[in-house]
Design a protein around this ligand. Structure first.
Ligand SMILES: [Zn+2]
Length: 344
């Protein structure tokens, strides 16, 4: 724990809105650089506003804040949608975006004129993925949800999922059997990836295979250009560590080059920047303790105790920084000698 603030880290999955100055001050104190990700999510500000904030953040915190853009599905069924999406991506990249996020609304929300759900491997999305692949731009994909989303409340493994789906009943798929299944969501994603072998893919939230590290391993084995991030799914690793700490630890060691650290910390609508800064600090500390120490820990999310994973420092460095810098080269340019020394 004594190393925490001293070791350079990247939180490769946050959603910052507004000026975020308090958040960034905390990040600097804690030795954290960030990737803020724009999302086509109605709970967040409009995409144009997210993008304006992200561009400003990158300019005000050079070398410390990078961003990923997103595409809006508005007008998806109109001819010309894909062309406009590609133009939007090119413009965002010209302003510094290092990736493009697609969200679970594709697969779980967006409908055709005929009422059918548009899945990630839909032919109308192809020009977008072709463009990203040919321009070596990372696609960040959040498809499906934790498996808990398809289970009754009393069978969910962790409290945070129970809380989220109570608060977001529209995304609670156990109550929406008409929406394509978890399996169908991931099959569409995997089909799209198989069609784009050169596409670099950041499969966020442990690729929505969070319930078993063996499933994540199988995904990574099948798609060599894909990585996963830990955002908002550390709790699922901890849950597995209660019974099977060695398996979780072995997974991170075996896939040490394929896993990115991230929290999913976000400015919720109306939430004070100061409050988010405190939340982030606590999350960064708690995650650091879990990954780097052998302390006996417990989580408010489930019963039982688990031990920290005590990863070797060289592996922690990859998960915390080096893998993100490789996936997003140039995202965090060194802005002084100290940071230059920390660049892999
Ligand atoms: Zn997120």
């Amino acid at each position: 724990m004594a190393d925490f603030a001293r070791v350079a880290k990247i939180d490769a999955h946050v959603h910052l809105h507004g000026s975020a100055d308090r958040f960034m001050a905390q990040a600097e104190r804690d030795g954290v650089r960030v990737l803020t990700i724009n999302v086509d999510y109605p709970d967040f500000p409009p995409i144009t506003e997210q993008q304006r904030d992200a561009i400003s953040l990158r300019q005000r915190y050079p070398g410390r804040a990078a961003f990923a853009a997103t595409i809006s599905v508005e007008g998806f069924t109109s001819p010309g949608w894909a062309d406009a999406a590609v133009r939007g991506i090119a413009a965002a990249v010209a302003q510094g975006a290092v990736g493009v996020k697609v969200w679970k609304n594709i697969g779980m929300g967006l409908r055709d004129a005929g009422g059918g759900y548009v899945m990630l491997d839909d032919a109308r999305l192809l020009p977008v993925f072709d463009y990203l692949e040919s321009h070596d731009i990372v696609l960040l994909g959040h498809q499906a949800e934790p498996l808990n989303c398809w289970l009754p409340f009393d069978q969910m493994t962790v409290l945070s999922d129970r809380t989220y789906f109570r608060e977001h009943p529209q995304y609670y798929m156990y109550r929406h059997p008409e929406v394509p299944s978890h399996e169908a969501q991931l099959a569409a994603r995997d089909h799209m990836l198989a069609q784009h072998p050169g596409l670099r893919f950041d499969s966020v939230h442990l690729a929505s295979l969070e319930w078993d590290v063996d499933e994540v391993a199988h995904f990574l084995d099948r798609y060599p250009n894909a990585n996963v991030d830990l955002a908002a799914r550390m709790v699922h690793l901890q849950y597995q560590a209660v019974r099977n700490r060695d398996k979780v630890r072995a997974f991170l060691i075996r896939y040490q080059d394929r896993v990115l650290y991230g929290t999913d910390i976000a400015h919720a609508r109306g939430q004070a920047d100061e409050e988010v800064a405190v939340e982030a600090h606590e999350a960064w500390l708690a995650d650091w303790r879990f990954l780097n120490t052998a302390d006996t820990l417990h989580s408010p999310d489930f019963d039982g105790t688990f031990k920290g994973l005590a990863l070797p420092a060289a592996i922690a460095d990859k998960i915390y920084r080096i893998n993100a810098m490789k996936m997003y080269p140039g995202a965090w340019p060194p802005s002084d000698g100290a940071r230059a020394a920390a660049t892999p």
